[in-house]
Ligand binder design. Sequence first.
Ligand code: ZN
Length: 174
Amino acid sequence: MSVLDILIIPDKRLKYKSTNVDAFDEDLKSIVKNMFDTLAASGNGIGLAAPQVGINKRIVVIDLKEDGKSNPMTLVNPKILSSSPERLINEEGCLSIPGYYADVKRPSEIEVEWYDLKGKKKKKKCSGLLSICIQHEIDHLDGILFIDYLSKLKKNRALEKVKKIQKKNNEESK
Ligand code: ZN
């Protein structure tokens, strides 16, 4: 089990665009395993994108625990094929922005295509929390954070909040 360090804003690496995975090999499997370990160790996370752990590859792991049971989903090179005109407002958070939550409006339904660990192409229509989560994670692959959709004021508030939490954590670990 390897838990990786999660990058926290304003780390510049969170703004990089990630590149496609072209080899479905053992390396990919071990990255995905470490990402799931990191997600599980986070306690409250439901999704993690590779750039959040400093790997600039288009890989997303999601676990929307159903009835407390793990329900892991791995999306390699995910792509949104279409999205509904209807919008859904949901309170979002992010492991790279600890302690800050805000409402974000996104398409309520999407059709998404991706590759599994074996390189097999998959396609699915998603709605509700899964749709929101996939959109949030795919944004990470393009260097977009949910606070980028907010006003400058709220964005600054998020940065301040994260700074405060990190300062507190540093003092506690001294
Ligand atoms: Zn996030």
